[in-house]
Design a protein around this ligand. Structure first.
Ligand SMILES: [Zn+2]
Length: 68
């Protein structure tokens, strides 16, 4: 499993195969984007071996990165 911040309750909401591995989307259960109140999503990209190769977050409502 990828390492996720302890203080945020993440729920896996979507898994897609992008061709070279999996893309997993997590939704934060107990935080929301301060600017608009939208859900905060965390996207992890995995390679074929399952290792996390990239991670980024975005707001489900406005699309901005809530951590930027
Ligand atoms: Zn937002």
């Amino acid at each position: 499993m990828p390492e996720l911040p302890d203080e945020i309750a993440w729920t896996l909401v979507n898994t897609e195969d992008w061709g070279g591995g999996l893309e997993r989307t997590y939704r934060a259960e107990n935080v929301e984007h301060a600017d608009c109140g939208g859900d905060v999503l965390l996207v992890h990209l995995h390679d074929e071996m399952g290792a996390v190769t990239g991670a980024h977050s975005r707001c489900a409502k406005c699309g901005e990165d809530p951590t930027a």
